[in-house]
Structures are given as C-alpha cells and as structure tokens.
Ligand binder design. Structure first.
Ligand code: PMP
Length: 409
C-alpha cells in the first residue's frame, strides 16, 4: 500500500509537517473500538486495535487461512511464510534475531517458560513492584525468591539490589516498566549488577514494549517477555526473546507436535529453538495479527509514542497534584501510566462513576498485591494511555473526578 492509500502514513505525513508531538488526532480514527467518543484510559490492561491489525487478522482467518509448517499445498506454504514473516516483524521491534524469538501465549507464559526450563534453578531476585505473572511462576517452579525493595518514589532500588545479589542468584527478573506506577527500570545498571554475580536478567517488557523504544542488544538483557495485546495486537499471543546460547541450553517444557526432531518410543529428540518451545499448532492468526501490530507501531515510531504519552502523563499528574484530595503514586517521569487515590473514595466507586461519564479507568490491585501492601492501600485508580489517547480523555477524567467529589462530599 502506498502512502496515499495508507491512513497511518497519511496521518503521519500531515503530522510531521506540523513538527512534533503530540501524535495526530487522525490516528484515533483508525481504532474502531474508540468510536463514539469513549474515553479509554485502560491501555495498560489491554490496548485497542487499529483497523490494520483487524484487517490482517480477518484475512488470516478467512481468505488466507490454512495450517503452517506441515502443509504440502500452496496455501499452507504461503501461510507458513506469513507466520514466519510475523516472527521477523515482531522481533524487529526489539532488535533481535527471529531464531531467538519464541511465540508464547503471552508474557505470562514467556516468564513461566524461563522459570520452568532455565537449567540452573537457584535464587531469583524479583522486586516489590512485580506483576503476579513475574512472581507466581517462580514460586510454582520452586525457585528461592528474594525481593528487592523500592525507592521512596516507586522505582526498583538498584542500590539495594547491588547489596542483595550474590553468586547464588542465577536470574534477576524485573519489570522494565511497572504496570501500576509506570516506573522505568534503569536497565543498563540492572544488567551490570546481574552480570557481575553471574546472573541473567529477564525483563518483563509487557508495559515497556508499547511505550518505549526497546533494543535488546543495546539494553544488554538476557531474556525479554511481552504480550501482543498490550501492543495493539491480538490476545492469546506474546513472545519470549532470549540469547541464543541460553535458549539452546534450555530443555523443552511442553511436548507435542512441532517441537520435535525425531520421535520414537525409545526416545525423542527435539527441534532447535524457537520451535523447541512451540509445541502444538501455533496461534497462526494471532501471530499474523501480532506482526501487523509490530508494523503499525514501527510506522508511527516508539519514540513518538513515548513522547506523546509522556506529555499526557505530565499533564494529568499536574492536574491531579493541584487537587488537595488526591494522592499520586509513582515517579514523575513514569511511562504512560498514572496511579492515584482520592481521599474518602474507593477506587471502585470512582471507576463506576467515571464509567457513567464514558471514562474507562482501571481500579483494583492490578495483579500486584505485594505492591499494594507496600503502598498501604488495597487498590489504586489507574489511568493509562495509548498512542490514541488525547487531552479530551484527560479533561473527561478530571470532570468525572470533580463529579465524584461532589457526590462523596
Ligand atoms: N507483566 C506486566 C508488567 C503486565 O502489565 C502484565 C499484564 N497486565 C503481565 C505481566 C501479564 O501479561 P499477560 O496477561 O498478557 O500474559
């Protein structure tokens, strides 16, 4: 499709002419889920889908549908090419090689895969702000867990990590961006600290990959886990990127079709990564949608998306700070996510009143109960932005907060 036909390219070329952030309002029109002026501020839970992703999924499920890897007929061969092309597109977003990108059901499964298959199970260092998906897999797989505390403003305290790490730690697993506080990890320092004791750094990139430019080689991490649905793609698929030598040393964790080299009752040998970790018929359609989503955000640019969301975060934090009945959580320079509490109002009540105003926020523990305990609350209200978010969303949220104050007194 050339630039004249492509709505994303058209919107961007007009916008580049205007010289900078925020992103053009025309991008919002590409998201059918946002029609009707809905103020969707829950993109950290899951992002709305652009028409380009919906079209790619529709074609893959309809016109182009066939199985992959096994068919001897042309349609299947084409689908296999499209499936593997999607792997290239997805890994292109984080700067690695396709051979090192395993498709999983999501970030959760990606972390489970490392927790179960990493050969040197020892101690793992997590942090207080981790999502349950980066806590429970380690517990289930029998790791010894240490927990790194947070700084006063809600970042992972890497001075504390330095003091805690020992050669007994084989993995450090931290969120690149916190799904509650939006805090961004100082990855180069975390890599340095982990590697100094011989541990590997896994980054839970679920929130980061949709909000920040990510380059796994430049970051120096060892594993990177993320989900398509927070990246404007479908649910049911995500990825684990890992260093080739680490993936190579990991045994399979689920058995079935597609992950084998040769099967016999006397013994089975396994395919090399990534297929070794992709047992069964893969999520073909979802992978193609994931590839389309990667193409979509790359066309816009993660730096532009980051700047767009950073401007909205600054505006919302300023507005909330000017109220004397709101507590703000997390550091100032958080990425795309603002958590807060209103005096005397449970976040669920706030969320319900906001819903009446056409504003969708998240209220709850955000799958981060240890962090809630640390903050001394049972829940927070969370507004999170996407590339389609705008000042009208913030204005509607602030109107709803004002109305809630009038109701609760
Ligand atoms: N980690 C973080 C930081 C998240 O925000 C989420 C989703 N809320 C997950 C992990 C789990 O992602 P998924 O449910 O898509 O596997």
């Amino acid at each position: 499709m050339n630039a004249a036909q492509n709505p994303t390219a058209r919107a961007l070329s007009r916008w580049e002419g205007e010289g900078g952030a925020p992103l053009p309002a025309a991008l919002r029109d590409q998201f059918p889920g946002l029609v009707g002026g809905w103020h969707y501020l829950d993109s950290a839970a899951t992002a709305q889908k652009p028409q380009a992703v919906i079209d790619a999924v529709t074609a893959a499920l309809g016109r182009d549908y066939a199985t992959v890897h096994r068919g001897v007929y042309a349609r299947s061969a084409e689908m296999t090419l499209a499936f593997e092309a999607a792997r290239e597109k997805v890994v292109g977003l984080i700067g690695g090689r396709a051979e090192d990108l395993v498709f999983t059901r999501g970030a959760t499964e990606a972390i489970n895969l490392v927790a179960y298959s990493y050969p040197e199970k020892g101690r793992v260092l997590l942090s207080t702000l981790e999502h349950h998906s980066n806590i429970v897999p380690w517990q289930l797989a029998g790791w010894q867990i240490d927990v790194c505390p947070l700084t006063a403003d809600g970042r992972i305290d890497l001075d504390a990590a330095e003091a805690m790490l020992t050669p007994a730690h084989t993995i450090v697993s931290f969120a690149h961006v916190s799904n509650v506080l939006g805090s961004v990890l100082d990855v180069p320092r975390a890599v340095e600290l982990a590697h100094r004791v011989g541990a590997r750094l896994l980054l839970d990139g679920c929130q980061a990959v949709a909000r920040l430019p990510v380059d796994v080689a430049a970051l120096g991490c060892d594993f990177y886990a993320f989900s398509a649905h927070k990246l404007y793609g479908p649910t049911g698929i995500g990825a684990l990127w890992g260093r080739a030598e680490l993936l190579d040393a990991m045994p399979p964790w689920q058995g079935g079709g597609a992950m084998i080299d040769k099967v016999s009752f006397a013994g089975t040998t396994y395919a090399p990564p990534p297929q070794r970790f992709e047992a069964g018929t893969p999520a073909i359609v979802e992978a193609i949608g994931f590839g389309a989503a990667a193409d979509y955000v790359r066309a816009i640019g993660l730096q532009a998306i980051h700047q767009h969301e950073a401007a909205l975060v600054a505006e919302l934090r300023d507005a909330l700070r000017s109220r004397n009945d709101v507590t703000l959580f997390g550091p100032e320079e958080s990425a795309g996510i603002v958590s807060f509490a209103m005096d005397g109002v449970h976040p669920h009540d706030l969320g319900t009143i906001l819903d009446e105003e056409g504003v969708a926020i998240r209220a709850g523990h955000h799958c981060a109960q240890p962090l809630m305990e640390h903050l001394g609350v049972s829940a927070t209200a969370r507004a999170s932005f996407g590339l389609y978010s705008d000042q009208a969303d913030i204005a509607a949220l602030l109107r709803g907060i004002e109305r809630t104050r009038r109701i609760f007194g």
